[in-house]
Design a protein around this ligand. Structure first.
Ligand SMILES: [Zn+2]
Length: 333
């Protein structure tokens, strides 16, 4: 993914800082988020939670809880294949690994050849479908390819974390039929630019899948598109993406608050270009869960230092539980 304009990133990040000076002692973590809310709700600063107590409370056994150690084990196994850019042997091995894990699940394949500045590459989006009783589907997506142009780039966080987390979500969803919407887990391919990020050199898999689902009408079934990217950082700060759908971002924050994880969410506002964009353009409500502050000043991003030692199972757990809780809240809508 990319932030379109570094200066815009600086500006959007700076706004909360300026407000902070004015509004102190409002809690820092809340500020980025509250600066986005309408004046009527600003009056109630500081809000303890967006979720009214009791209104959406579930019994403890309904509260989602993924197996964080197992999710981390998957991330390690994914990373152990080494760099996994499109067209590589390691990429093929990872595809086989994913499909082996998903044995017994209904799989849809979206395979095509992408024309890139470096030539043609095979792209394989993998969609795992978990049926529900309610008409419509919620997508939880990530990308499993890794950056091509950085030597030794294994993408533990960028590519690895989301891929491993979705495998654990598959474990959680497998077995019994859901009483809500169907959930489709999507491992998108070809997210990374081959040469340099542009509208045509990036998001190969998501652009193709969104177009395909528009053509065949599948897009109309989608209630929400939730994306997880770079969510393994031990110092987890999920950004408040300004290219995501506001009501769905609110729902994510409500889920995070309910689970007590709100301090990891939305301290900073940022406009992110990622795999959610083609679906947003197609009219689907989208939310990108991404921590684009990976090391001081995002220093590990797209470098050979994006390695397992920077990650924490707790961050996978926070993101996984919040995603599942968001789906549960969507079911109730
Ligand atoms: Zn990347």
């Amino acid at each position: 993914m990319i932030v379109p304009d570094p200066r815009r990133k600086w500006l959007t990040a700076a706004v909360p800082v300026l407000l902070m000076l004015v509004l102190a002692p409002v809690a820092l973590k809340r500020l980025g988020r509250l600066s986005e809310t309408p004046p009527t709700t600003q009056a109630s600063v500081p809000l303890p939670s967006l979720a009214p107590a009791g209104a959406t409370a579930a019994s403890p056994d309904e509260t989602p809880h993924i197996n964080a150690a197992r999710a981390m084990k998957y991330v390690k196994e994914v990373v152990s294949f080494g760099p996994r850019p499109i067209g590589s042997d390691a990429h093929k091995k990872l595809e086989t690994y994913l499909l082996a894990h998903l044995k017994g699940v209904t799989i849809e394949h979206d395979d095509f050849t992408a024309s890139t500045p470096q030539g043609n590459f095979p792209i394989h989006n993998i969609i795992a479908k978990f049926p529900g009783t309610k008409p419509g589907a919620v997508v939880i997506a990530t990308h499993y390819d890794t950056l091509m142009r950085v030597k030794g780039f294994v993408g533990a966080n960028d590519g690895g974390s989301g891929t491993g987390l979705l495998l654990e979500l598959a474990n959680q969803l497998q077995g019994t039929e859901r009483s809500g919407y169907s959930v489709w887990l999507v491992w998108l391919d070809g997210e990374e630019a081959v040469r340099q990020w542009s509208a045509t050199d990036s998001l190969y898999g998501s652009r193709h899948l969104a177009e395909r689902w528009q053509k065949d009408g599948t897009i109309n079934q989608l209630k929400a598109f939730l994306l997880a990217d770079m969510i393994g950082d031990a110092d987890l700060n999920i950004d408040h993406d300004q290219n995501s759908t506001p009501w769905l971002e609110d729902l994510v924050f409500q889920a995070a608050s309910k689970l007590g994880y709100q301090s990891h969410f939305f301290a900073r506002g940022l406009a992110i270009e990622d795999d959610h964009i083609p679906f947003a353009k197609a009219g689907v409500p989208v939310a990108d869960l991404i921590d684009f502050d990976y090391g001081y000043n995002n220093v590990f991003w797209h470098t050979a230092q994006d390695t397992l030692d920077k990650l924490s199972p707790k961050s996978l757990e926070i993101t996984g539980d919040v995603l599942l809780e968001t789906v549960r809240l969507l079911d109730q809508k």
